[in-house]
Design a binder for this molecule. Structure first.
Ligand SMILES: *Cc1c(COP(=O)(O)O)cnc(C)c1O
Length: 380
């Protein structure tokens, strides 16, 4: 049966709303500069990537070939030989973090997970779901983990195999926990590298750091054991997704055999989205390395511009190295609501994602924040 006129109208109204607000976001990290029109024809198929892309699957409508190429790309980007890696296309950053924490807990079942106060809220959910012991570590003013407090808490716990959750770009301040510093401090405390696990949450910055000239350490060559990145953030996709990459030798220990689909499964969910690997595949094929680098350089330049313009207006804005997250004191509710900004602990931020080709929206926001500040300082 066709839809009633009323229902059709409802959909049409939502379409108009989406078109109008397509590029609305200044406060969230979702890039909207994509065109996947080429893939719309696949919406008529029930594509399902149930199980592991590396195994034979009875369910013929899968996009495993594309998922495999996506995983080859990210293994290379995160500096691990493809044959030594294993990972998959997830529902987003949260599932990647869950997979990393699950893997670490299977390796060290009674251990404690250490994460900083600036860690994404998904981790508090994950430790509950996985029932991992956990400790929250203080943060430095710029949002990095407090290394002294991390070491003090690890030492006090007496843990022989600590699990360290490192932020590669925090959600609010865009801060990167320094993997080198953490490993040096662990060595100084008498730990061998094989004694502990580091998962890197690189939801946004995992797609930025490989393309900058002076990245903070973040990849497998730098020492991480697993890493998760979101697909709908820096890359941009119409459906949330992500990628998680881990070491094959660790993943082999958690494989589960399922007779029903005649395959081994290492993933968290049963059915998995078969369309999102196509989006990611098209995204990685669409840009050459140099083009992606230029796209990201543009975002970083816009962030630099925003900080300078805020500062010129007397507003104390700043950003962390290699970050497209510009932090400033939270303006009045009226202003942050108008611009749909995320706010936290007295801060607001603007994220210069790739669909901001000119400075119009950024300028309008800065003018409103400056006017708001002047109004408030007059009233005080
Ligand atoms: C966005 C974000 C997440 C969660 O990612 P989703 O893709 O929304 O599940 C995790 N960690 C950080 C640092 C994030 O910014």
């Amino acid at each position: 049966m066709p839809l009633s006129i009323e229902n059709q109208n409802k959909l049409d109204a939502f379409w108009a709303y989406c078109v109008k607000n397509q590029y609305f976001n200044l406060g969230y990290p979702e890039s909207a500069d994509f065109d996947y029109g080429n893939l719309e024809r696949f919406m008529r198929f029930s594509i399902n990537n149930c199980g592991d892309w590396a195994e034979y699957c009875n369910y013929l409508l899968n996009s495993f070939d594309f998922e495999k190429e996506v995983m080859e790309f990210f293994a290379d980007l995160f500096r691990i030989p493809f044959e030594d890696s294993w990972g998959y296309v997830t529902n987003g950053g949260t599932e990647g973090n869950m997979f990393g924490c699950y893997l670490a807990r299977e390796l060290y079942p009674d251990s404690t997970l250490f994460y900083s106060k600036d860690t994404h809220y998904s981790v508090a959910k994950i430790v509950k779901l996985l029932r991992i012991k956990s400790q929250v570590v203080e943060s430095l003013p710029n949002g990095e983990i407090d290394y002294d407090d991390l070491m003090a808490k690890i030492k006090a716990s007496g843990e022989e195999h600590p699990i360290i959750f490192a932020n590669i770009g925090t959600t609010v301040l865009g801060a990167v926990d320094n993997i080198d510093t953490i490993q040096n401090r662990m060595t100084a405390a008498g730990f061998k590298r094989s004694d502990y696990y580091i998962h890197a949450d690189a939801a946004l910055s995992g797609m930025i750091l490989p393309y900058v000239d002076h990245p903070q350490p973040f990849n497998f060559a730098d020492g991480v054991d697993s890493i998760g990145v979101s697909g709908h953030k820096m890359i941009g996709t119409p459906i949330p997704c992500g990628v998680v990459v881990a070491k094959r030798s660790n993943v082999d220990k958690i494989s589960v055999e399922i007779d029903y689909i005649a395959a081994h499964d290492k993933t968290i969910t049963g059915s998995r989205n078969g369309h999102t690997p196509l989006f990611l595949w098209q995204a990685i094929k669409y840009y050459t390395f140099e083009e992606q680098k230029a796209r990201i350089a543009h975002c970083l330049k816009m962030a630099e511009y925003a900080v300078a313009r805020f500062n010129k207006n007397g507003i104390d804005a700043w950003r962390n190295d290699n970050s497209i997250t510009v932090v400033f004191p939270c303006p009045s509710e009226e202003v942050w609501k108008k611009h749909c900004l995320a706010t936290s602990r007295g801060y607001a931020h603007l994220i210069t994602t790739a669909h901001h080709l000119d400075t119009d929206k950024i300028d309008a926001l800065i003018e409103d924040v400056a006017a708001d500040r002047n109004r408030r300082s007059k009233a005080a």
